[in-house]
Design a protein around this ligand. Sequence first.
Ligand code: FAD
Length: 479
Amino acid sequence: MTAPPAELNLAGNALTPGAQRSWWLREALAGENVPACPSLAEDMNTDVVIVGGGFTGLWAAHFLAQADPDLGIVVLEQDICGGGPSGRNGGFASGWWDELDSLVTLYGAEAAVRACRAISSSITGIGRFCEENGIDAWFERAGYMYAVTAPAHEKVCEEMVHMAREVGAPDELRELSAAEVRDRCASPAFHGGAFMRDGASVQPGLLARGLRRVVLEQGVTIHEGTTVTGLEAGPPAVVATVGGNVHAKQVVLALNAWATGWPQLQRRLVAWSSYIVLTAPAPDRLAAIGWTGGELISDLRTSLRYFRTTRDGRIAFGGGGGRARRTIDDAFTHDKHAVMQAAEGFRLMFPSFADVPLEDAWGGPIDVSPTHLPVFGTLEPGNVHFAVGYTGNGVAPTHLAGQVLADLVTGRDTDAVRLPMVNPKPRLFPPQPFRSWGAAVVRQAMIAKETAEEQGRHPNFLVSQLARMPRRMGYLLGH
Ligand SMILES: Cc1cc2nc3c(=O)[nH]c(=O)nc-3n(C[C@H](O)[C@H](O)[C@H](O)COP(=O)(O)OP(=O)(O)OC[C@H]3O[C@@H](n4cnc5c(N)ncnc54)[C@H](O)[C@@H]3O)c2cc1C
């Protein structure tokens, strides 16, 4: 790997992605005074075993314990809780009003609006949970701005706003002129955009670790450093680990992109990487470009670039690159090329930060579904439940997933389990090796096409065709 170009101004931890945990999680762990949860070292019996200690698994544990305090609940996490993408993401807890096009196509207008309202309630629910439990996870509901960075995205933006109007929710998503966009954040790369009021930022490491603390207080058993190596659904189910087996009536799979290795779920997703770079504190520069309102911002590419500010005046800037892989390996955490791609996007959008170093960087896997939206449900024979396919938008949806999973486990008939993304007709990617090959080629083609469009060039014909392939095959991926 060649050294990063000097103009990217990468420094410190940004030069060694994967060698340390994300900046968010390091901050959260530094201020923490909660004991570690030991690995599983013997066989045990319980009512519900949850595999995965990210947001999905922890919210499910929280809502289950709330529903029935006597229920035996065990969470098994291979790393530490929040060590996966839940403690590494951009911290965008965003509404689904920008997803209406896909939601209406999949489920019809009425159900689509119900789904959007449920996600909005989850954003409120995350804020309330933090307040009630004394978790300062920097929750701030300042909205979400979409910035048009290429002419090809003007139409995408207009259609998004149009869809919100069509379903009777014009206040949720409204168009912004170029001047209005610049008032919120004066980047020379932004030409116009839209504003969604349902958007909150969080410090994801603090949220994940705060949630872990509350779940422990609720009496849930957590075993960290415990990798699940097998599942026999039973019933009763047997979940195998090196240290012992867990016998449980019900199982929740909260695996995110690691589900690519699980035969029960693997055709429902492909794994793509996403990376974030973080500037040194520069509050004066933020003030100079007028970005002091705390809004979440992204462009409208499929290889999305997303950015937000921190309390100490940094910008965390994610996306724009990364790759698709068959298994979750070092490419999701140690990829210096992907860090450089994110840094290039940052330097393009924020030229007035040229002398502000990018001093941290980290990455992780995202679980891309055929519709780019998650599904929650139950597998045969009826005692194994799952949530998968967040496609890089899981902070708010995992809160909803936790409620749905708790209701599926307890068998309650609630509004949550009647949402359209609960047990819909399965949509699957092709079997291997076509799945991995297709995902890798399409991901690179999408990035190349969108980069060319942004630079005012015509994308190469083959690249354009490949980037459009998912849509042609009936998947709701790409424009
Ligand atoms: C760089 C990046 C930026 C992102 N930015 C955003 C954002 O701004 N907003 C947003 O909404 N979403 C974002 N996402 C996506 C979001 O982080 C996820 O959708 C969300 O965290 C999913 O939560 P989860 O609990 O399902 O998954 P995870 O947090 O990945 O939890 C799954 C857990 O399962 C564990 N596990 C896996 N296999 C096993 C096993 N065999 N045994 C035991 N444990 C196992 C893993 O170690 C992991 O901790 C981003 C993702 C990345 C990578």
